[in-house]
Write a new protein. Structure first.
Length: 241
């Protein structure tokens, strides 16, 4: 009996350790892009799977940025706050973050140049969490206007764009192979959080000044799919653009 108990405890602890190196996806990013904006998981549920990540809020009424186990939400009306654990999200990607590779950049890089640099250091077929912290000459990000049913595709949703100069903050993101675009798109998906924790959103463009890049590879994916009955208004058979 004692041996069985020890074995059970070992297997349980091992399973927890393995899960902590996984990226957890609440739904598919593709479903949100097609117009599925109803929440599928609460923040409380999502935080069981990670302390670092990004996502969107029910009705795309705000953007999620999570760092150091604290989740912030930013909405198009400029409001920033710590997210209530019962808030529901139509999509999120989270991971328990532990840097495996660290790089320092101390000269200006555009977003495109940053992605080229990441292409040169990341394993191209990997799934990885990426944290970029430091100074930005400029950072451009947006939040969507809240949507009501009948929902429209994401390209038709209004949004507010914010541009900050000479700003300190953190870019929270994930790298996915292009072939996995239905899960999390595009290949690099970044949200931003100011150092003051008072503004943030989905990164549209930026120019880095001096930053620290941390990369944490995942060895497993966990995907929580929504109820198929809730997806009747969208068509996941559409080819990716």
């Amino acid at each position: 009996m004692t041996r069985l108990l020890i074995l059970f405890i070992f297997l349980y602890c091992y399973s927890i350790a393995i899960a902590q190196d996984a990226i957890y996806y609440a739904s598919l990013n593709r479903t949100v892009r097609l117009g599925h904006y109803d929440g599928v998981k609460t923040l409380k549920e999502i935080k069981q799977h990670g302390n670092f990540g990004l996502g969107s809020i029910d009705h795309i009424a705000g953007e999620l940025v999570m760092v150091n186990d604290t989740a912030y939400q930013f909405s198009a009306d400029g409001k920033a706050k710590v997210m209530d654990p019962q808030t529901t999200l139509p999509f999120a990607a989270v991971k328990f973050f532990k840097a495996e590779k660290i790089y320092e950049l101390d000269k200006p890089y555009t977003l495109k140049e940053l992605q080229s640099f990441l292409d040169s250091v990341l394993y191209k077929n990997s799934f990885a969490a990426v944290r970029i912290t430091g100074q930005f000459n400029t950072i451009e990000y947006f939040c969507y206007q809240p949507q009501q049913k009948p929902y429209r595709p994401i390209e038709q949703a209004g949004k507010k764009v914010i541009v900050n100069s000479n700003t300190a903050g953190t870019m929270v993101g994930f790298h996915s192979p292009r072939s996995a675009e239905v899960i999390n798109s595009p290949e690099y998906h970044f949200h931003f959080l100011t150092a003051q924790r008072n503004s943030g959103g989905h990164v549209q463009d930026c120019q880095l000044r001096k930053v620290r890049i941390e990369i944490d590879y995942a060895d497993q994916l966990i995907i929580a799919l929504p109820d198929p009955a809730s997806l009747t208004d969208i068509d996941l058979q559409q080819p990716l653009k």
